[in-house]
Write a protein that binds this ligand. Structure first.
Ligand code: MTE
Ligand code: MO
Length: 242
């Protein structure tokens, strides 16, 4: 058997695979050390919008937010084309338009946002519909224990336990920073899980499926914690966001 694997050439600049591997393993202390952070940021800033790793730079006028997508492109959805499906272990599955969601009572939360790679944005307003309201409307069946979230980028996914999903600080967000959610931030609708690392806040949300058990999401299959409480997971000690 041929067990000779080609080695990474030495002395080349930090590669996409190396960087991703580091992030995926959660060995994030390394890349978030202040001096190296600068190198990482210039690397990210140099990455093009088409970078399939989703590791691209600071959003222009993003107020400190970085643009993340694990796919090279994401279709655009608007008030005509957007749909959010709620299904799975529920009595009343249904599909919501943007107008349907806007017609429901809206909740506003202002909390810090914390990414697991180290960056934090203070006091960011999010507005939208509490996830618990959509779950109650759907009628969660006995035996259900979790919620799975899918996205119209076709790749990303997330999950929460039913208890986590029913928290008052978990919402289906329609607005962020006092504006309708733009495409780059996951608009028109993203999940917002205030007490957890920002990877739980799935952008371009298109599906909410009630399931029996938690199914690890995209980044969780790549090493991040499923229970992603800020300051109490992923080996980090950040100040909690809620
Ligand atoms: N669909 C989707 N949602 C996602 C991601 C992604 O790549 N795709 N990245 C996550 C991560 S790691 C972060 S930090 C935030 C980034 O949100 P922002 O681009 O609005 O700053 O989105 C989260 N939700
Ligand atoms: Mo993140």
């Amino acid at each position: 058997m041929d067990n000779e694997q080609p080695e990474e050439p030495r002395g080349t600049p930090i590669g996409r695979r190396v960087l991703l591997g580091t992030l995926g393993l959660g060995a994030l202390g390394v890349v978030t050390a202040p001096t190296l952070q600068r190198g990482l940021e210039s690397f990210l800033a140099g990455a093009s919008d088409k970078d399939p790793t989703g590791l691209t730079g600071l959003l222009p006028n993003g107020g400190g937010f970085r643009y993340y997508s694990v796919t090279s492109s994401v279709p655009r959805k608007n008030a005509t084309t957007y749909r959010l499906t709620v299904d799975g272990l529920v009595d009343r599955p249904r599909s919501y338009t943007l107008a349907d969601l806007r017609a429901l009572p809206q909740t506003r939360l202002v909390r810090d946002v914390q990414c697991v790679t180290g960056w934090r944005v203070p006091g960011t307003p999010f507005e939208g519909v509490r996830l618990s309201r959509l779950l109650d409307a759907a009628g969660v069946r006995d035996g259900a224990g979790a919620v799975r979230f899918t996205c119209f980028d076709g790749a990303y996914s997330e999950s929460l336990t039913l208890d986590q999903a029913r928290r008052a600080d978990v919402m289906v967000a329609l607005r962020m920073q006092d504006k309708d959610l733009g495409h780059a931030h996951g608009g028109p609708v993203r999940l917002y899980v205030a007490p957890m690392y920002f990877y739980k806040s799935a952008k371009w949300l298109s599906g909410i499926t009630v399931t029996k058990d938690v199914r690890p999401g995209y980044w969780e299959e790549r090493g991040y914690d499923v229970d992603a409480w800020v300051g109490r997971s992923n080996g980090r000690d950040d100040e909690p966001t809620t």
